[in-house]
Design a protein around this ligand. Structure first.
Ligand code: SF4
Ligand code: SF4
Length: 412
């Protein structure tokens, strides 16, 4: 067994990064999953040290003179358990003094492990769902607009037509009822702001991100080709996503996978909303003010794929702070050092308890501030934090920015 030891599985830059790790251990204290599972092959230093020692074992001078020593299947399985426990939150990259770009490194490890069959069984189901049904849930893809059934106008005009803006809803918001309020809110907000909007309906296919982070990204290019052609057919000048991972995939991965520019702009919903606030198209009133009480105290949770990996920190804060009379506070760890919600990296599919434990930590930080509402800009953060708040019986609501904005537009 050679995975994950093929040198060709890593770029020259990544091999230099492996060599550049000073073993300082700074990243260890910041790794949210290691803090919960204490698996030494989860944290960055552990993964890098194990991989470099294996690379030496197979490609070093002694290996050339005496032949490479084999890596036992059990060792690989243990390594895979650590690598697939990582939420790919990229927090380690922010604190690494030699600036190792960690997330692509963890993804390269996963690709090699997956190629050798060392990946959690749940990810095989994920692959089957996405390649056969075009969504992560394994549902009939024609039901992608189920969330629109409760809207006053239903799904009328929401698909199959040309428009200025196309909304890429994403699998979680399309198929998990807990997330339905996100697309419901965004569509109503944009309609009220006068934005000409459509969706791809059943022609929307999974963006491919869940497969790429699983190390199973071979099919991602076919998904990209289909989705880009579907958006071009709408004539849209802008694609908007509420899911930070879809956003990141469209903005950064699709042009690379297709080898050409998309021909339209890609915006996260919070960027679009911030622009509408600036132009005066979005009229906001007070949020959550009852007859006898002041507005609730809000805090904002940075989704990893919106903040650290896409660099969007201020747009959601600008939108929230544009609400008249809003009360807002920051958590101890915010922006580039924000703690993950535990929902990334496909970890939940293999180890739901680990996801819940990381989410509990983040929830505790929100509670420390005295906030009554934790606002995020990601359907997966909403799912994980809501489930944890319910389990912990925390007096804290979890909402998406789109829901808060729609709430602030009532009566305006
Ligand atoms: S990406 Fe996040 S979970 Fe993964 S090793 Fe780095 S800090 Fe830990
Ligand atoms: S912080 Fe960077 S240099 Fe230090 S042990 Fe972690 S990966 Fe290596």
């Amino acid at each position: 067994m050679t995975a994950p030891l093929k040198l060709s599985g890593y770029s020259v830059w990544q091999l230099m990064e492996l060599d550049a790790c000073t073993r300082c251990g700074e990243c260890v204290a910041w790794c949210p999953t290691f803090a919960e599972n204490s698996h030494e092959l989860t944290h960055p230093l552990g993964k890098i040290a194990r991989l470099t020692s294996w690379l030496r074992r197979r490609h070093g001078l002694r290996a050339r003179l005496c032949g490479p020593r084999p890596i036992a299947d059990g060792e690989l399985a243990e390594f895979a358990a650590g690598v697939y426990s990582c939420t790919l939150c990229a927090r380690c990259r922010e604190v690494c003094p030699v600036h190792i770009d960690t997330r692509p490194l963890w993804m390269a490890m996963r690709e090699q492990l997956a190629a050798a069959g060392h990946y959690p069984p749940a990810l095989a189901t994920l692959r089957q769902n996405v390649t056969a049904r075009y969504n992560t849930a394994g549902e009939d893809n024609a039901n992608r607009l189920s969330w629109s059934q409760n809207l006053p106008s239903g799904s009328a005009g929401l698909a199959g037509r040309r428009a200025e803006v196309v909304y890429f809803v994403g699998c979680v918001s399309a198929f998990y009822p807990l997330a339905y309020p996100i697309p419901q809110s965004l569509v109503q907000v944009l309609h009220k702001a006068g934005v000409d909007l459509t969706t791809l309906g059943g022609e929307e296919w999974c963006c491919g991100f869940p497969l790429m982070v699983a190390g199973l990204g071979a099919e991602a290019t076919a998904l990209a080709r289909h989705n880009v052609a579907a958006v071009r057919a709408t004539g849209a000048k802008t694609l908007v996503a509420t899911c930070p991972s879809c956003y990141h995939t469209w903005q950064h991965d699709y042009p690379r996978l297709l080898g050409e520019p998309l021909g339209f702009a890609v915006r996260h919903a919070t960027e679009l909303l911030a622009g509408l606030v600036d132009s005066g198209q979005l009229k906001l009133g007070p949020y959550g003010v009852g007859a006898v009480r002041e507005p609730p105290l809000l805090t904002y949770h940075d989704p990893c794929d919106l903040g650290r990996t896409s660099g969007i920190y201020e747009a959601p804060r600008r939108v929230l702070q544009a609400i008249p009379g809003v009360r807002f506070t920051e958590m101890r760890d915010n922006r580039a050092l924000a703690l993950c919600c535990g929902g990334g990296g496909d970890v939940e599919m293999g180890d739901a308890e680990l996801t819940a434990a990381v989410a509990r930590r983040r929830l505790a930080q929100a509670q420390e501030t005295g906030a009554e509402v934790i606002v995020s800009a990601c359907q997966q953060c909403k799912r994980t934090l809501t489930a944890t708040a319910r389990r912990e019986k925390a007096r804290l609501r979890v909402l998406d920015v789109t829901e808060v904005v729609w709430g602030a537009m009532q009566g305006v």
